[in-house]
Design a protein around this ligand. Structure first.
Ligand SMILES: Nc1ncnc2c1ncn2[C@@H]1O[C@H](COP(=O)(O)OP(=O)(O)OP(=O)(O)O)[C@@H](O)[C@H]1O
Ligand SMILES: [Mg+2]
Length: 445
């Protein structure tokens, strides 16, 4: 067959100008998958995801488990389109294709899948899946004969060296919406559920995360690790341990405590030492060590929040249903701050996760008021060219019109916990359930 002779570049060049999907599938996809490192017996066409058939699924052979024969444990999905489908970002066809890929990635037979690719041979984009979270791992790239070998080599580099951790910045410009509480309790519940977790207190002015766990402050070590080339951030770790007496065992997650030294330096001097990517770069080793890295950030869009969001794959935004500013700030992060960071980072990350409501009891009339405010925010955003609907109402489809927003209700024992230096989820059954639901809703498959 021709595919053994043709290079990927030659295959691309020989495609007809208006190649339909069947031609992309027959004359382009096999070369693409080969260039990504997959042999023909490692590829299964029209793979049944359990929620529709994806064009190709692939997985490397392990011992005598050949994917084409066993169809077990797929690793990568490839959804193909013809050149009649416009996959430049921001087209409706692009969004539909991404949604289709996301559906397959989360389908029952794809639990082991870590990567998804969409391409029509003019554009290509790689997505990563971590638990329930799907985020871009490259921008949607235009490909041609000149760049295809490089683009595909960089995608291959990523899928052959998967990163273990999902890095989550917890951010909202509005103060007091539950960023720190969310960070602490998510770290604690994910640890309880068997995950390896690092929590970072990146709010050196308030140091709330550090003090709510009763840990000592960092006293200059984080500043040093961030600014000195040969000092690793791991040197600043402090474990938080919670004994499980009956089992004579303990729960443990790592914390990077707040460093007051970072606040003693004026911001303009700090900015001479810190780059946008400093925290991201310093977390390189940790990303292979932990399942989750959670970063608590201050209620403003200055240096620490900017570094935290840059370091993240996804941004978790707590809001309060009765606080318009917290909702407007969430929209502001989505329209302005997060895209600003995306444009510096080139891999398409970070992306916002849908908002959730934290604290305060919600009665139906109060919910109606919040929805009115959200509708106004969505309308304004739409006029400015942003579709924020999926970030405010993630369950909304034309078929279901579901306006549910995830809630962590107010709970007395959550507020007390800071004084007891123990995360609420380790002391209180209801708090435990709330945060377990949050972890399941957003992160765990
Ligand atoms: N679900 C909840 N139920 C009850 N109290 C809560 C809940 N979430 C947060 N709180 C309380 O609300 C207050 C503010 O929460 P938290 O410190 O987490 O907010 P924050 O967004 O980190 O604030 P800041 O912007 O100052 O950093 C704290 O006293 C906390 O204990
Ligand atoms: Mg805080």
């Amino acid at each position: 067959m021709s595919m053994t002779i043709l290079s990927l570049r030659a295959a691309l060049q020989s495609l007809p100008e208006n190649a339909p999907e069947a031609i992309i599938s027959g004359n382009f996809a096999p070369h693409l998958l080969r260039a990504l490192g997959f042999q023909s017996e490692e590829i299964y066409p029209q793979y049944n995801t359990g929620d529709g058939a994806v064009d190709k699924a692939a997985r490397k052979t392990t011992e005598d488990d050949v994917f084409l024969y066993t169809k077990s444990n797929p690793y990568l999905l490839l959804e193909l389109k013809g050149r009649d489908v416009n996959l430049s970002e921001d087209t409706a066809q692009y969004q539909t294709t991404v949604n289709q890929l996301k559906r397959y990635l989360l389908a029952p037979n794809c639990k082991t899948v870590q990567w998804g690719i969409i391409t029509n041979s003019c554009h290509i984009q790689l997505f990563r899946k971590h638990g329930k979270v799907i985020h871009p791992a490259t921008q949607c790239l235009a490909i041609d004969a000149d760049n295809i070998d490089n683009v595909v080599a960089s995608i291959r580099q990523k899928i052959e060296n998967p990163v273990k951790a999902l890095t989550i910045a917890v951010y909202n410009n509005k103060g007091g919406v539950g960023k720190t509480t969310t960070t602490v309790n998510l770290a604690a519940i994910l640890t309880f559920l068997g995950k390896k977790v690092l929590a970072i207190d990146f709010d050196p002015n308030q140091q709330d995360l550090t003090s709510s766990l009763g840990l000592p402050l960092s006293k200059g070590s984080v500043f040093e690790a961030l600014t000195e080339r040969n000092v690793e951030l791991q040197t600043t770790l402090h474990p938080y341990k919670f004994p499980l007496k009956k089992l004579s065992a303990e729960l443990r997650f790592d914390v990077i405590p707040a460093d007051q030294e970072l606040t003693s330096v004026p911001e303009h001097i700090l900015l001479n030492h810190l780059r946008s990517n400093t925290l991201h770069r310093k977390l390189e080793f940790s990303r292979q060590e932990y399942d989750y890295i959670l970063i608590d950030s201050p209620p403003n869009w200055r240096v620490f929040s900017q570094l935290a969001v840059y370091a993240a794959d996804v941004v978790l935004i707590p809001t309060k249903h009765n606080n318009l500013f917290s909702l407007e700030n969430a929209a502001m992060a989505m329209k302005k701050f997060i895209p600003e960071v995306q444009s510096k980072k080139v891999d398409g990350s970070p992306i916002p996760l849908p908002i959730f409501f934290n604290g305060e009891k919600i009665t139906p009339p109060k919910l109606a008021v919040a929805q009115q405010e959200i509708n106004n925010i969505l309308k304004t955003a739409k006029k400015e060219g942003f579709n924020l609907l999926p970030y405010f109402y993630p369950k909304y489809t034309n078929a279901s019109r579901d306006l549910r927003i995830h809630e962590v209700p107010s709970y007395a024992n959550i507020a007390d916990s800071a004084f007891l230096r123990i995360p609420a989820v380790y002391r209180d059954r209801s708090a435990h359930e709330y945060y377990k639901n949050l972890a399941k809703e957003y992160f765990l498959q």
